[in-house]
Design a protein around this ligand. Sequence first.
Ligand SMILES: Nc1ncnc2c1ncn2[C@@H]1O[C@H](COP(=O)(O)OP(=O)(O)OP(=O)(O)O)[C@@H](O)[C@H]1O
Ligand SMILES: [Mg+2]
Length: 200
Amino acid sequence: MNKFISFEGMDGAGKSTHLNWFAEQLKARGHEVIVTREPGGTPLGEQLREILLHQKMSMDTEALLMFAARAEHIAQVIKPALQAGKWVISDRYTDASFAYQGAGRGMDWQKLQQLEQWVHADLQPDLTLFFDVPVQVARQRLSNNVMLDKFEQEQGDFFERVRSGYHRRVKEQPQRYAVIDAAQSLAQVTAQLVSLIAKI
Ligand SMILES: Nc1ncnc2c1ncn2[C@@H]1O[C@H](COP(=O)(O)OP(=O)(O)OP(=O)(O)O)[C@@H](O)[C@H]1O
Ligand SMILES: [Mg+2]
């Protein structure tokens, strides 16, 4: 049985830091694994990523472009890989749209649920690793970055809302998530992932 796994959490939580290591652990167990990301994952999706991360646009436009990139990602990458028996690990997926465009920007939750139904009613991740971290810790980790994208430049309580949006999603479908305490040291976060992999 193959699996579709997403990594979620706010900017600076540590998703990308742990993702390749996690994929290697699965490969070592004999699985074929592909690693991908959102927004992006396809040539068109990567072009949309550039636009989404650097251009100002209305809230609806942002949500629709996120889901447009996702539709392409599912059709061109995720479904073909799963059908070929591979595992798929995606750095962000639809929970991020609920957290950022929904809770962060204030887009109606029900509209996002409609988009989710439209684009992938038949494809939820089997497992989502939610890297949960207090906003201050995540901001501190990003403070060395010279170039911050449009989202990372957000101020005020935007990221508190993003975090609460993730918590709302976890509450809605708790069985799908493994919540990682991402405020811990790198070694401790890795230890949490080791025990999670043992249970997969
Ligand atoms: N547990 C940790 N302790 C200390 N530093 C960490 C930890 N996890 C990640 N970092 C550092 O924090 C920074 C952000 O991590 P990373 O890029 O993995 O976050 P991310 O969740 O992928 O963020 P983004 O959504 O912006 O891509 C990196 O410099 C990384 O080395
Ligand atoms: Mg990252």
